[in-house]
Design a binder for this molecule. Structure first.
Ligand SMILES: Nc1ncnc2c1ncn2[C@@H]1O[C@H](COP(=O)(O)OP(=O)(O)O)[C@@H](O)[C@H]1O
Ligand SMILES: [Mg+2]
Length: 339
């Protein structure tokens, strides 16, 4: 087992590429005859160092995709600040130079590709828009196909002629073609078979090493996030409840929600803590009307009076481990079975 004594020596830590400062995003939705607001992302603060992978994990509906889209500028923020490479971004208009440095790979590799365009045309399109010359487009398409493990001949194929794994390779190639620094991967391998998943994850790791790419890696699958990430943020109902190095989360999750999530993965690891008590109880509350105080308290085995009254803030439990839970403000937790 490696020790935690791996803090980088001062001066060698990579600069942050992406900084999110108290990001807030809600949506107006119709509920019966009235309009209400869905709180999709609430007060999220995260930093992604250049060349690193930040994993984001949490149940469906917790705000992962909304956060991804906010980072990419596909949703405007209600509040908060996003910085890229040290530059604070305006709420609405972003310089093209910045837009091109951020790319996204989605879950469904089929719908992301135009069925009537060949692979080569799909990859070339954003390059042409950028004004890259014909000759160079051809070279770059061939190079990125090779980078993702496809023979340049695949440039002439159409999406329906490819397997799911090949289509996702094409999507990655398309993201790479613009030579981005950040790639946001939103459930990018979730639709693939396990064996294909592993190939794509390893490809992503190789590409990251080769091009010093920075990843925001989103998945509801904890095993996949653990494999890919340096740091992991656990989200619940729009908020980050725990943030720490990936190995710490899996070895010692602190937030009751993270503990419950981990307890609910079916792994054949007798060393991993698992109990019914730690499992997830009940349904996720509606984001239209999130619980007061701690949003997780309605499902938490450790809930106390203070949890309904005060929103816990993300605080440092130790050197690199942040948790937003009242239990850690007053020593170690004791389950409260009285309700
Ligand atoms: N365009 C939208 N309009 C209204 N509500 C939305 C929209 N996008 C997301 N939401 C809501 O925001 C919450 C977070 O959704 P999402 O970011 O897709 O979560 P995740 O990706 O973690 O499954 C959900 O309650 C979802 O219904
Ligand atoms: Mg999503």
């Amino acid at each position: 087992m490696p020790t935690t004594d791996t803090a980088p020596t001062p001066g060698t830590a990579p600069d942050p590429l992406v900084e999110l400062d108290r990001i807030v995003k809600s949506f107006s939705v119709k509920v019966g005859l009235r309009r209400a607001r869905v709180s999709a992302v609430d007060q999220v603060t995260l930093v992604v160092p250049e060349g690193a992978t930040l994993g984001i994990v949490g149940e469906s509906g917790c705000g992962k995709s909304t956060l991804a889209r906010v980072v990419l500028g596909l949703h405007t923020l209600d509040n908060g600040q996003i910085s890229f490479d040290g530059q604070a971004l305006a709420k609405r208009r972003r310089p093209r130079r910045i837009v091109e440095q951020m790319q996204m790979v989605f879950q469904d590799p089929y719908s992301a590709l135009n069925p009537r365009a060949s692979v080569g045309e799909s990859i070339a399109f954003p390059l042409r828009v950028q004004g890259v010359g014909k000759q160079e487009v051809r070279q770059r398409v061939a190079k990125v196909l090779e980078d993702v493990g496809l023979h340049p001949n695949y440039g002439g194929y159409y999406p329906h002629q490819l397997s799911g794994g090949q289509r996702q390779r094409v999507n990655i190639a398309r993201a790479l073609a613009l030579q981005p620094r950040l790639i946001v991967l939103d459930e990018a391998v979730s639709a693939l078979d396990k064996s294909i998943q592993a190939q794509i994850l390893n490809l992503l790791k190789d590409l990251q090493a080769e091009y010093n790419l920075t990843y925001v890696f989103i998945s509801h699958d904890l095993n996949v996030v653990e494999y890919m990430s340096d740091q992991v943020a656990v989200m619940y109902l729009g908020q980050v409840v725990e943030l720490c190095p990936a190995e710490d989360l899996y070895r010692q999750p602190l937030h009751p929600y993270s503990q419950a999530l981990l307890a609910s993965i079916p792994v054949l690891d007798p060393g991993r803590r698992s109990s019914d008590e730690a499992g997830l109880r009940g349904e996720m509350p509606s984001p239209l009307n999130p619980p007061s105080g701690c949003r997780f308290r309605t499902r938490c085995a450790f809930a106390m009076d203070v949890c309904a009254q005060q929103t816990p803030v993300l605080t440092r439990a130790d050197d690199e481990h942040m948790v937003g839970c009242h239990l850690y403000a007053h020593g170690s937790p004791e389950p409260n079975h009285g309700g």
